[in-house]
Ligand binder design. Structure first.
Ligand code: NAD
Length: 290
């Protein structure tokens, strides 16, 4: 059923937003997926969308096992298998133990969604080395460590023709801030810009092995961490000035994009960022001609 959202904030001139209502089809049946940071927000929605598409899903989390278990229960409700696994993606030994546990229990892995990410915001002149380092460690090094383990397994195993044309798929959750500079968030923007060229360089290197590496660049998605900030009508109207499509995004919309990028529908898509941002990367400041 189509659903109307945020009508009270929408400018009179434009049509009211209507959300997509098309069902996700079971394109990923038989595949094993790992989603990092999957106990909340975008990671949770991606894990559930992959489960809905037929994939078995490992719900990685770093704290709050109950939330991770609740996500795993939703994946199982879709008819897929699910397991939870606690690991800090910025720690090499924990990442390696996680991939070993997955391969021991499920035999292999086909899809990695590198989603875990944090912000530690500060004015640049006040940013501590610890704030800089923590964000780089989780957002960038964490994606490197998980991608490296995934590529090792994909290369070892090769293509499983019965489930996919590719030997494996890696989807990096980046941000519109891989291209849009972000004052007050230099560590975060640097980590996302780093993901962009890490993703492209890995893709260039591993594509001959039939391994596909791509990113999703979300912009302004309604997740718990930003719902409060955007809850005030004035803040919401200011945010809409940055979004040509005049609504914020839902986590499920990243889930749908991840299902497509993980599926054979996108088999010829390599080393690209799919922005799911309502046009935020279209320089909306110029929408009146500049
Ligand atoms: P979120 O805080 O709900 O999700 C981040 C998840 O990562 C949390 O579950 C957290 O526990 C987990 N995590 C943090 N450190 C970890 C670690 N060391 N090891 C494992 N897991 C860890 O926020 P979200 O908005 O859902 O963000 C998810 C991803 O989407 C992030 O990479 C974020 O940068 C990106 N993103 C979000 C938006 C948005 O508008 N919400 C926009 C652009 C990009």
């Amino acid at each position: 059923m189509a659903q109307n959202i945020d009508q009270k904030f929408v400018h009179d001139t434009f049509p009211e937003p209507v959300m997509p209502s098309c069902p996700i089809v079971k394109d990923l049946t038989g595949q094993k997926a790992l989603v990092t940071g999957a106990s909340s927000g975008i990671g949770k929605a991606v894990a559930i969308a992959l489960g809905r598409a037929g994939a078995d899903v490992v719900v990685n989390y770093v704290s709050g096992p109950e939330d991770a278990e609740a996500v795993a229960a939703e994946v199982r409700f879709c008819g897929a298998q699910a397991m939870t696994y606690r690991a800090d993606v910025s720690k090499e030994d924990e990442v390696q133990a996680m991939f070993k546990a997955i391969c021991d229990q499920w035999g292999t892995i086909d899809i990695l969604v590198n989603n875990a990410g944090i912000q530690k915001d500060a004015a640049f002149h006040e940013m501590t080395l610890a704030q800089w380092q923590k964000v780089i460690d989780v957002n960038l090094t964490g994606q490197f460590l998980c991608a490296r383990e995934a590529v090792r397994e994909f290369r070892r195993r090769g293509v499983r023709k019965e489930v996919s044309c590719a030997a494996g798929k890696i989807i990096c959750i980046s941000s519109v801030h891989e291209v849009i500079p972000w004052a007050g968030h230099v560590n975060y923007a640097a980590s996302k810009g780093g993901i962009m060229l890490m993703m492209k360089s890995i893709s260039q290197e591993v594509a001959p092995w039939r391994i596909r590496v791509n990113s999703i660049g979300p912009g302004a998605i309604r997740t718990p961490i930003n719902t409060e900030a955007w809850g005030r009508p004035e803040a919401y109207q200011n945010l809409l000035k940055l979004i040509p499509y005049k609504r914020i995004g839902e986590p499920d919309e990243i889930g749908r994009a991840a299902v497509w990028l993980a599926s054979d529908h996108s088999d010829y898509v390599n080393g690209t960022t799919l922005f799911v941002d309502g046009g935020m990367t279209l320089y909306p400041g110029f929408e009146t001609g500049g």
